[in-house]
Design a protein around this ligand. Structure first.
Ligand code: ITT
Length: 192
């Protein structure tokens, strides 16, 4: 399906799942999303925000077109927020099974996903965040989505994110919350 768009944003990411999720939200605002490859190297920080801001500034400096960067992570309460900004590395190394093992015998399963979105589209420079609270499942369930979706059950639901369609995940997710806030501000600033 072709999108009618009032405005085009370049989403700097290597993750196609994130692009699919953000595209659906963007359509509500008549914003078109085009994926542009992200450099492999990100700065390291204990917070998501500086990582996203740095990546967005670098991307805008080289592309000189409106850019969106989104950085996210899974924060597990009983592990003092680990893996947080290190989620990508932890996913690649110990994976979902490793995280379940780390929580073996731990009663407190609370966790949250956090997303930080940065849009640079002069004169707009927008930073927004979104959080979804939930619990870590005892076993992975579902085959949709990506990353830690099979073990994350959002508050108020029985299903993991990996058992939901993209439209359903977007009703709850950290990413959808953050991009909706960011697109609302972009629309107000640029009058699109
Ligand atoms: P970028 O190219 O955009 O950086 P990425 O996959 O590395 O893509 P992030 O840095 O934003 O994405 O996320 C780090 C990791 O956190 C990601 O690899 C997943 O394992 C996990 N993660 C983030 N958002 C998630 C979500 O909505 N569902 C499941 N896992 C998620």
């Amino acid at each position: 399906m072709r999108d009618t768009c009032n405005y085009k944003l370049y989403f700097i990411t290597n993750n196609v799942h994130k692009v699919e999720e953000v595209k659906l939200v963007a359509r509500e605002y008549s914003i078109c999303i085009e994926q542009a490859a992200a450099p492999k190297i990100e700065i390291q920080s204990n917070d998501l925000e500086p990582i996203a801001i740095n990546a967005a500034i670098k991307a805008y400096s080289s592309l000189r077109k409106p850019v969106l960067v989104e950085d996210a992570g899974l924060f597990i309460e009983s592990l003092n927020g680990f893996p947080g900004p290190y989620s990508s590395y932890v996913f690649k190394t110990i994976g979902i099974k490793g995280v379940i093992k780390l929580l073996n015998g731990i009663q407190d399963r609370r966790a949250y996903f956090k997303s930080v979105v940065v849009i640079i589209a002069p004169p707009a420079f927008i930073i927004e965040e979104g959080i979804v609270y939930g619990v870590i499942a005892s076993q992975p369930r579902g085959n949709k989505g990506f990353g830690f979706d099979p073990i994350f059950i959002p508050e108020g639901l029985k299903h993991t994110f990996a058992e939901l369609s993209i439209v359903e995940k977007n009703m709850y997710s950290h990413r959808a919350i953050a991009v909706r806030k960011a697109f609302t501000r972009l629309r107000d600033i640029l009058k699109i």
